[in-house]
Design a protein around this ligand. Structure first.
Ligand SMILES: NC(=O)C1=CN([C@@H]2O[C@H](COP(=O)(O)OP(=O)(O)OC[C@H]3O[C@@H](n4cnc5c(N)ncnc54)[C@H](OP(=O)(O)O)[C@@H]3O)[C@@H](O)[C@H]2O)C=CC1
Ligand SMILES: CC1=C(/C=C/C(C)=C/C=C/C(C)=C/C=O)C(C)(C)CCC1
Length: 314
């Protein structure tokens, strides 16, 4: 009897959340205030990381900027300060556990307070055919895109849990939910980041740490240069590469309503469902759309950059 009642409750919950999330697409829930939050962003020296720093600043948060490249990171801080924001820069290689833990301590000592929001954004891609790629380059992708999340979360989650207040944001990718050819290192690292993030989210909920929220962000191709050349002509009208600013605004909307997962754009939720189809059906659809070979021009562009051959800009 108790089992049947639990089952009924669970089914009602499932239906309630499907309906609630559908309504939320049209009627956006109230966003949470984040003024006064201390937000740490990795990979803040450029691309999406820099834009996240500016967006969090707009919302009144103070930002801690971590990047391997100090000069591009200083540039981000300058942009934040020009708009009246508070930014603190640290030169950190997130693949190094020691570097992460030492700098986490330093942040705590320098600022006298705990980081309340962590945005794991730093990311790299080898951009070479696996069989031609140096082992170290493939290993680096795993270390930046996945292992680094272990170290940063271990460094900052304990204080969030102690305060029952915080937010862990993972910038993964749609390539952490479905795959394509010739980006084996990247897909492996992003699938791993998604697995890590979701397991952590389950752990916090199972332990009833209600005050620490999680958001998994899975964008499609974004025009930051990271995947320069990657395109699928067959679907370009329907799915053009995302403007970085649009991508960050969509991610911010999700973060500010404590949304657990966001795929940007929404259309990319569809290929996730295709995992239920037979593998061969997916292959046929990939061939039809040209998404099986979409990384070829990206790999060519990257190769030309490595060998200093001029690259034509479309
Ligand atoms: N661009 C895209 O199409 C998409 C990107 N994403 C994800 O979004 C995130 C941001 O990407 P995007 O802004 O495009 O990429 P960028 O290359 O523009 O920015 C990544 C930043 O991370 C920094 N970084 C790299 N390695 C380290 C490290 N070991 N320690 C600290 N910082 C490091 C880079 O520094 P440096 O420049 O000095 O190497 C750079 O400033 C990544 O996780 C990426 O995988 C997801 C979907 C699509
Ligand atoms: C495979 C595939 C697609 C292509 C997806 C691509 C090419 C995504 C690239 C994402 C990148 C570069 C993410 C970076 O993090 C479509 C057209 C959605 C249709 C369904 C199957």
């Amino acid at each position: 009897m108790i089992f049947l009642m639990d089952l009924q409750m669970m089914l009602l919950d499932v239906i309630y959340f499907i309906l609630r999330n559908s309504v939320r697409v049209i009627l956006r829930p109230r966003t949470k205030p984040i003024d006064g939050e201390l937000v740490l962003i990795t990979g803040s020296g450029g691309g999406l990381g820099r834009l996240f720093a500016q967006e969090f600043t707009k919302h009144g948060a103070e930002v801690v900027l971590w990047d391997v490249d100090s000069s591009s990171n200083e540039q981000t801080a300058k942009l934040v300060r020009e708009t009246g924001g508070k930014a603190h820069t640290y030169t950190v290689d997130v693949t190094s556990r020691e570097d992460v833990y030492r700098n986490a301590e330093l942040v705590r000592k320098d600022l006298g307070r705990d980081v309340t929001m962590l945005v794991n954004n730093a990311g790299v891609v080898a951009g070479q055919r696996m069989l031609e790629c140096d082992d170290e380059l493939m290993e680096r992708t795993m270390k930046v895109n996945c292992h680094a999340h272990f170290w940063t979360v271990k460094a900052f989650l304990p204080q969030m849990k102690a305060q029952n207040h915080g937010h862990i944001v993972t910038i993964a990718s749609v390539l952490g939910l479905f795959s394509t050819a010739c980006v084996e290192d990247y897909c492996a690292s992003k699938f791993a980041a998604v697995g890590f993030h979701e397991s952590l989210a389950h752990e916090l909920l199972a332990e009833e740490v209600e005050g620490v929220k999680t958001t998994l962000v899975c964008p499609y191709i974004v025009d930051t240069g990271m995947f320069e050349g990657c395109k699928i002509e067959e679907v370009e009208l329907l799915l053009p590469p995302l403007e970085p600013q649009y991508c960050v605004e969509q991610a911010m909307n999700a973060i500010l309503i404590d949304q657990p997962l966001v795929c940007i754009p929404r259309l990319t939720y569809l290929p996730v469902l295709s995992r239920l189809l037979p593998w061969e059906s997916n292959v046929a659809a990939y061939r039809f759309m040209g998404s099986d070979k979409c990384m070829y021009p990206f790999i060519d562009t990257k190769q030309k950059r490595l060998t200093n051959v001029p690259v034509e800009v479309a």
